[in-house]
Design a protein around this ligand. Structure first.
Ligand code: FES
Length: 126
């Protein structure tokens, strides 16, 4: 696991959803800050047809995909509604000294299966 800087914490406001690219690692995350301030970080790629989840919206504590409306549990990444069925990888956010980081797997990690359903998995180019 690697701790990756996403930005100053004051750039992430409650009720917001935004994309953060980490170009040197070819990673992209959707960072959701719930209205009460809980931060969730999830890969920015829908398991149905590869939409950017950060272009979606927060609804009832879940993330809705902008293309076909599938909802995902932001804590587990599990698909809650069709047409998506595969789990989106989630990551542990860390706030330190005014900055938001994410603990994310790297190519050196043994990542194991990314989808609990065994269907097509979401992958970012690495
Ligand atoms: S691309 Fe996300 S539900 Fe279709």
């Amino acid at each position: 696991m690697a701790k990756i800087l996403l930005g100053p914490i004051d750039q992430f406001t409650p009720g917001s959803l935004r994309r953060v690219e980490v170009s040197q690692r070819a990673l992209a995350f959707a960072v959701a800050v719930m209205p009460e301030g809980t931060i969730r970080v999830i890969d920015d790629l829908c398991t149905h047809a590869n939409a950017r989840l950060s272009d979606g919206w927060l609804e009832d504590g879940c993330l809705a995909c902008p293309w076909h409306g599938a909802q995902f549990d932001l804590e587990t990444g599990r698909a809650l509604s069709l047409p998506a069925t595969g789990r989106v990888p989630t990551h542990q956010p860390v706030v330190e000294d005014g900055f938001l980081y994410v603990e994310a797997a790297t190519d050196d990690d043994d990542r194991g299966p990314r989808s609990s359903e065994g269907l097509d998995e979401a992958h970012l180019d690495r």
